[in-house]
Design a protein around this ligand. Structure first.
Ligand code: CUA
Length: 158
């Protein structure tokens, strides 16, 4: 089969790029431990307050340096809107919405997840630098979307 020199070259280039992309995905998953935030369960949005975990949202210490944070989202608010942890803490966030689709994006981290009514979103991060990490809703959710914010305060010296 006759193939133009440039056509042949670009086919090779495309093939090499596909290979490079596949390798970079494998390195991200296996080497850098980067995963998509996942759903970790389902919940009736109307029964969130009756749930043993989400009914009393907040931070729980599992053991020194390891925390779970249960957050409910609704009425353009995070509950709780402020979380305080010592530096070096690993926090697993569980989030669910009581009304519409919201978002959870924490500045200066790779936390970025949609929060969908009926679903429980789970995302984990280790806060190795002290400071105040703002979080905000990045899914347009209505009139007061722009006011939907909160913060993770990481205390102590490293
Ligand atoms: Cu919640 Cu935008």
């Amino acid at each position: 089969m006759h193939m133009d020199k440039y056509e042949n070259g670009f086919l090779w280039l495309s093939g090499i790029m596909l290979g490079a992309f596949a390798i970079s995905v494998l390195i991200s998953v296996a080497g850098l431990n980067i995963h998509l935030p996942g759903e970790s369960g389902q919940i009736d949005p109307a029964a969130v307050d009756a749930d043993p975990d989400f009914g009393n949202p907040g931070l729980r210490q599992i053991r020194p340096g390891v925390y779970e944070a249960y957050l409910t989202l609704g009425d353009w608010q995070y509950s709780p809107a402020k979380i305080e942890i010592p530096v070096g803490s690993q926090v697993t966030f569980y989030l669910t919405s009581k009304d519409v689709i919201h978002g959870f994006k924490v500045f200066d981290t790779n936390i970025n997840v949609m929060v969908i009514p009926g679903q429980i979103s789970q995302v984990q991060h280790t806060f190795n630098q002290p400071g105040t990490y703002q979080f905000y809703c990045h899914e347009y959710c209505g009139a007061l979307h722009h006011t939907m914010t909160g913060q993770v305060v990481v205390t102590g010296a490293k």
